[in-house]
Ligand binder design. Structure first.
Ligand code: NIG
Ligand code: FE
Length: 412
C-alpha cells in the first residue's frame, strides 16, 4: 500500500534516519523542506523531497492532498496519567478559594481520593473513560504516549489500571508505553507505614506486574513528602530485575535527590524538574537520562517552570510532555505544551518541537521508530491547515491548527 501526500507547503521534523535525540544547540535544528511530497509504504515513511528537487512518484495507491498545509511528525507525549477515574474540578475551585491541601483532600481532591474513586470503578468503566481521553489526544496530533498507573495504590487496583493500559494498547492505533507507578503515594491501608508500603511495592506489586508483562517502565514520585531517594533506589533496583527501566518523578516540590538517583540507576528519564539545581544539571551531562519538563503542570499549579535555558546551554537534551492527569494538569494538548515551553521557558519554537517529538520519543525508548519523519520510521504525522510559518504553531496558542491526523499511515 503506497500513500502519497502531496501539496505540502512545509514538511517539517525530517531527518535522514539515525537521529535518536537532540542535545544542546542541536535542539534549535528542526529540519524542513518546502513544496514537498512524502511517500508512505505500508505504514512506514519511505521517501520525501521538495518537488523543486525530485518529481513526485506516480505509481501509488492513494493520494492525500495536504492543500498547502504543514506536515509534522506526531507529538510524542512521554509522561501522562490518563487512566483515571473522574475529573477533579472541585479541587480546582477549592484552590482558587485558597483552601489548604488537607481541606482539599476532605472535599475529594488529591491522589488518594483519585485512588478511592478508581477502586469503585470496574475495569470496563475505567477503560471507557480512558479511551475517550486517548481519542481526544489523537485528534490533537499525539502519536505516541506513555501512560502510568499510580491511582491504584494496592496490588489489585494497580493491576486493574495496567490491564486498562494493555487494552488501550490493543485497541488504539497510537503507540502506547506503560509505566508502573505504585509508589505515587502511600496507599490508605498503609497510612503511617511508608516502609511497609515500599516493601509491598518491591515484594508484591513489581513481581505481580512483571508476571503479567504489564509494564515497560517503573516510576517513583521521589520528592519531599513522598518517597525518599533511598526508597526510590530500592524500587528502581526491584524493577530492573524484571527489565523495567526507571522514569522518575523528581525535583517537583523541592530539590530532593531525584535527579541523582535517576542518573545513578540509568533511568530513561527524570521528569518535572521545577526545583532543579545547577548541580542536578551538571549531573545529567553525558548520561542516558532524558530531563523532561512538564510546563502544563507549572502553568496549572502556578509553580516555577523548569530551567530549560540553563539545561540547553549546558548541552543537555530535553523533552517536554503533558503530564495529563486529573489533579495537576487536566490537559493533554501538546500544541499548548509547546506554546507554554516557548512562552514560559523561553524555548525557541524549533527547540520546543524537538522536545515534543524526537526527544519525547527518546524519553519512552521509542526514538528508533517514532519522533521524526525519517525513512523507516512509523508514519505517524499530522497535517495543519495552511499557516504562514512553523513559528505560527506555538504563537497561535489556542487556535486549533491540526487538521488531519495519521497513525501508521492511516487517517484517524
Ligand atoms: O505528575 N507529581 C505527582 N503526580 C501527578 C499529580 C497527581 C494528582 O494530583 O493526581 C503529577 O503531577
Ligand atoms: Fe506525573
Amino acid at each position: 500500500m503506497k500513500l502519497l501526500v502531496e501539496n505540502i507547503a512545509t514538511l517539517a521534523g525530517i531527518d535522514a534516519g539515525g537521529t535518536c535525540r537532540k542535545c544542546g544547540a542541536e535542539m534549535a535544528q528542526f529540519d524542513a523542506v518546502n513544496n514537498a511530497w512524502m511517500l508512505v509504504e505500508n505504514g512506514i515513511f519511505t521517501e520525501f523531497d521538495s518537488i523543486d528537487n525530485t518529481p513526485m512518484p506516480t505509481d501509488v495507491d492513494t493520494i492525500v492532498d495536504a492543500r498547502g498545509g504543514t506536515v509534522m511528525p506526531s507529538w510524542c507525549d512521554s509522561h501522562t496519567h490518563i487512566v483515571y477515574a473522574d475529573s477533579r474540578e472541585q479541587e480546582f475551585v477549592d484552590k482558587i478559594n485558597g483552601l489548604s491541601y488537607a481541606e482539599i483532600a476532605r472535599r475529594g481532591g488529591g491522589i488518594l481520593n483519585s485512588a478511592d474513586r478508581l477502586h469503585e470503578l470496574t475495569e470496563q468503566e475505567l477503560f471507557d473513560q480512558a479511551v475517550e481521553r486517548v481519542h481526544e489526544v489523537i485528534a490533537k496530533g499525539t502519536g505516541a504516549i506513555e501512560i502510568k498507573s499510580g491511582y491504584g495504590l494496592n496490588t489489585q487496583d494497580e493491576l486493574k489500571m495496567l490491564r486498562v493500559i494493555a487494552r488501550l494498547q490493543e485497541s488504539c492505533r497510537l503507540r502506547i508505553v506503560s509505566t508502573f507507578l505504585g509508589a505515587h503515594a502511600v496507599g490508605r491501608e498503609y497510612a503511617g507505614r511508608q516502609a511497609d508500603y515500599v516493601d509491598l511495592v518491591v515484594n508484591e506489586m513489581i513481581p505481580a506486574v512483571a508476571a503479567e508483562g504489564l509494564a515497560d517502565f517503573v516510576d517513583v514520585f521521589c520528592d519531599k513528602g513522598f518517597f525518599t531517594p533511598e526508597e526510590t533506589a530500592r524500587i528502581l533496583e526491584a524493577g530492573a530485575k524484571y527489565g523495567m527501566r526507571g522514569k522518575i518523578h523528581g525535583q517537583e516540590l523541592a530539590p530532593s535527590g531525584g535527579v541523582e538517583v535517576a542518573v545513578k540507576h540509568r533511568a530513561l528519564s527524570v521528569d518535572h524538574l521545577e526545583s532543579m539545581t545547577d548541580d542536578d544539571i551538571a549531573m545529567l551531562r553525558d548520561t542516558e537520562t532524558m530531563p523532561t519538563a512538564l510546563p502544563g503542570t507549572s502553568f496549572f499549579l502556578n509553580m516555577p517552570f523548569a530551567p530549560a535555558r540553563k539545561m540547553i546551554a549546558a548541552g543537555l537534551p530535553m523533552a517536554i510532555a503533558s503530564d495529563y492527569n486529573p489533579g495537576s494538569t487536566p490537559s493533554g494538548d501538546m500544541k499548548f505544551v509547546v506554546s507554554l515551553a516557548c512562552i514560559k521557558m523561553r524555548l525557541l519554537p524549533a527547540e520546543a518541537f524537538n522536545a515534543a517529538t524526537i526527544n519525547g520519543a527518546a524519553a519512552m525508548g521509542l526514538s528508533a521508530d517514532y519522533g521524526s519523519i525519517a525513512p523507516g520510521k512509523v508514519a505517524n504525522f499530522f497535517i495543519t491547515r495552511p499557516i504562514r510559518s512553523l513559528d505560527f504553531i506555538p504563537y497561535a496558542y489556542t487556535t486549533p491548527l491540526v487538521d488531519r491526523t495519521f497513525l501508521a499511515g492511516e487517517e484517524q
